[in-house]
Ligand binder design. Structure first.
Ligand code: ZN
Ligand code: FE
Length: 262
């Protein structure tokens, strides 16, 4: 487990299943302990027991089992409340609090902004607490989620909204896919110096069995090929090479399809 300090709360990062991360948000001076996307109940229970702080909330970014399988067992252990997208309530197991972008959600005095980011699934949401972004399977380190239920246009606009957040925003995504993503990134963005640096530093982290996550919005904007279509030069170069229109959406669509085939 790794932990990170934010103003007013701590984030604990728990590896789960093969390559998932579950996050615990421990709000200072309160009884609030929230789990983001509990793939599995066991590691969450263990940490709550060690810290002597029972789980009060579960925040689900989307309905996939590797993000929600812990809902039911955790609810029976802790009587915690499950927060999920109102538009996808039928598919979020045990949901108690249905939220949308307009919801004013607060946990222990910390404001939580809900960002609707469809694309991977049609009801996907992200949670922003101050400078901490919990984005599930929408934005990954060096990549983005597959388009299971959404269109490239929806995903591009979701990613663009996340990319517009402050550079220093910490990106707590739900999977450790970074190195594989960066291999693809290099193949489509070979002259990117920031990307070379990121590959060296993230490779070193993995060799030391450390997570590459969280990254930051600034790093993602500079190196993530699925955010790079916002850069005109990248767009023109990529579009010319593949003989496609030079607009960002066409380039994003082509990149996502190539990654699916890779
Ligand atoms: Zn998913
Ligand atoms: Fe997932």
């Amino acid at each position: 487990m790794w932990s990170y300090q934010h103003p007013g709360f701590s984030v604990y990062q728990l590896p789960a299943l093969n390559d998932n991360y579950i996050y615990l948000i421990d709000v200072d001076n309160s009884d609030i302990m929230a789990a983001v996307d509990p793939a599995d109940a066991a590691p969450v229970r263990k940490v709550c027991r060690e810290l002597g702080k029972p789980l009060t909330h579960i925040l689900n970014t989307h309905h996939h089992w590797d993000h929600t399988d812990g809902n039911k067992p955790l609810k029976s252990s802790f009587a915690c409340q499950v927060v999920g997208a109102a538009g996808d309530a039928a598919r979020i197991p045990e949901i108690d609090i249905e939220v949308s972008e307009e919801s004013r959600l607060q946990l222990g005095g910390i404001d939580i902004r809900i960002i609707f980011v469809p694309g991977h699934t049609r009801g996907h949401i992200a949670f922003l607490l101050k400078d901490a972004l919990f984005c599930g399977d929408t934005l990954f380190g060096g990549g983005c989620g597959r388009l299971f239920e959404g269109t490239p246009g929806e995903m591009w606009s979701s990613l663009s909204r996340l990319a517009a957040l402050d550079d220093a925003t910490q990106v707590y995504c739900a999977h450790e896919y970074t190195l594989a993503n960066l291999r693809f990134a290099r193949s489509v963005d070979p002259d990117n110096r920031d990307l070379d640096e990121r590959i060296s530093s993230d490779t070193r982290k993995r060799m030391a069995q450390l997570p590459t996550i969280p990254s930051t919005i600034g790093i993602e904007r500079a190196t993530n090929p699925f955010l790079r279509p916002a850069d005109n030069e990248f767009c023109t170069r990529y579009a010319t090479l593949h003989s496609i229109p030079t607009d960002a959406l066409s380039v994003f669509t082509h990149l996502r399809a190539s990654k699916d085939r890779a």
